[in-house]
Design a protein around this ligand. Structure first.
Ligand code: SAH
Length: 218
């Protein structure tokens, strides 16, 4: 391992400790964050900041989410091995990599082609087998539905209906799918967890306020 890699590894371990202190107690989530090389998902000039708990620019006015936010959303989604998970807003690819480390099958949609090309390349280099698509994630991904979990990593003014429809329905004692989505306007969004409880019923919980880049449809 090179000197730089040892340094990044130490910084990553410190970030995991920081997230634990900030209230992330899910060891599976912490282990995944402890593995994914976040510095490779940001441009070289910003690598020295990759393990600070902050969002960073990735171009086209978009950001890689703050590690606390990634950890929080992942904890809320609680992806289990072999579950089918859809991410809306691939961005840098970092969140997808964290989900993949937890053993789930990941599908991810991004509307900016240039961002998607870059994230595909890094995910592939690192051996993260994630299925990606360019397009509008508010429509979901019909061909790969239903999903056990859907995570939206951009601010939604309202919950897209297509995403609710593509959640797995409960069946034979198996619970329905769940959607984790920040809902609100430009000033702040409330993290929202929606579980599918029947053919056309949902249970919603809202927790803390976050700030995301906007979810843009069309
Ligand atoms: N999960 C990303 C966060 C990126 S920020 C990461 O780990 O880096 C949110 C991303 O959502 C941006 O890249 C933005 O282009 C994308 N986005 C916004 N609206 C979208 C939509 N309707 N469909 C797909 N992607 C969208």
């Amino acid at each position: 391992m090179s000197k730089d890699e040892r340094l990044y590894q130490r910084q990553r371990a410190d970030l995991v400790d920081e997230l634990r202190l900030k209230g992330i107690r899910d060891e599976r989530v912490l282990a995944a964050i402890g593995k994914v090389p976040r510095h490779l998902f940001v441009e070289p000039a910003l690598r020295y900041r990759a393990y600070r708990d902050e969002a960073l620019p990735i171009g086209l006015k978009q950001t890689i989410s703050q590690p606390f936010t990634v950890a929080y959303q992942t904890m809320m989604l609680n992806p289990k091995p072999d579950e089918q998970i859809l991410e809306v807003g691939t961005g840098s690819g970092y969140q997808a990599a964290v989900l993949y480390e937890m053993g789930a099958r990941i599908f991810s949609i991004e509307r900016h082609r240039a961002l998607l090309e870059r994230s595909k390349e890094i995910l592939q280099t690192l051996g993260y087998r994630i299925v990606t698509r360019h397009g509008d994630g508010t429509q979901g991904w019909t061909a790969c539905a239903p999903f056990d979990g859907i995570i939206v990593t951009a601010a939604a003014a309202e919950v897209p209906k297509a995403l609710l429809e593509q959640l797995r329905r409960p069946e034979g004692g198996r619970p329905g799918g769940r959607l984790v989505i920040p809902v609100g306007d430009g000033r702040g969004q409330i993290m929202t967890h929606i579980a599918c409880t029947g053919p056309d019923t949902y249970e919603q919980q809202q927790t803390h306020t976050f700030r995301f880049v906007p979810l843009v449809s069309g």
